[in-house]
Ligand binder design. Structure first.
Ligand code: S3P
Length: 167
């Protein structure tokens, strides 16, 4: 297993902010799989979903993990919320490093993502219902993939970062 620290969790669970802070405090470079894919494809995630479809995006996530396994050590890696759902990716995540699941409640996720237009899966009539549905499907997988389950609800980013560093 590589010595990277990986952040997983649903959209809006704070992976990006926690990743930036961890990167700063632990003096480790940060990689975000969505950004890696966007740079490689020269398209936003929304454009990739619209032009290539979700399946193609999921294959790009797997490609990204395989590349990272070969190339990075001692990094903080924040991964897209749906990435752990592909079975192949679960083994790859374990190979890549220590997996920390940022576990947030559906209410908190909804409050954070209200009005967001950058997540194609939530551009539906009732995003609150969709968050509940997806989270119910995904939670067991997030939990099963995690070395550490970090409850984030009601905690400040400082607290979360400190607890991860000490985990
Ligand atoms: C997705 C989460 C997004 C992005 C894409 C699909 C998902 O990443 O990969 O919109 O399926 O949950 P974030 O979790 O960083 O928002």
């Amino acid at each position: 297993m590589k010595d990277n620290l990986i952040l997983t969790g649903f959209m809006g669970s704070g992976k990006t902010t926690v990743g930036i802070r961890l990167s700063y405090q632990m003096k480790r470079p940060l990689i975000d799989t969505d950004k890696w894919i966007e740079q490689k494809q020269k398209m936003s995630v929304s454009e990739i979903f619209a032009t290539c479809g979700e399946d193609a995006f999921r294959r790009m996530e797997t490609q990204c993990l395989k590349y990272l396994i070969e190339t990075v050590r001692h990094h903080i890696i924040s991964v897209g919320g749906g990435l752990p759902m592909r079975q192949e990716n679960q083994g790859l995540l374990r190979e890549l490093g220590k997996v920390v699941y940022l576990k947030a409640t559906p209410r908190e996720i909804y409050e954070r993502l209200k009005g967001d237009t950058s997540r194609p899966l939530l551009q539906v009539t009732n995003p609150q219902e969709e968050i509940g549905r997806l989270l119910a499907l995904r939670s067991p997988v997030y939990e099963a993939c995690a070395d550490v389950v970090m409850e984030v609800s009601g905690k400040s980013f400082d607290e979360i970062v400190e607890q991860i560093i000490n985990s």
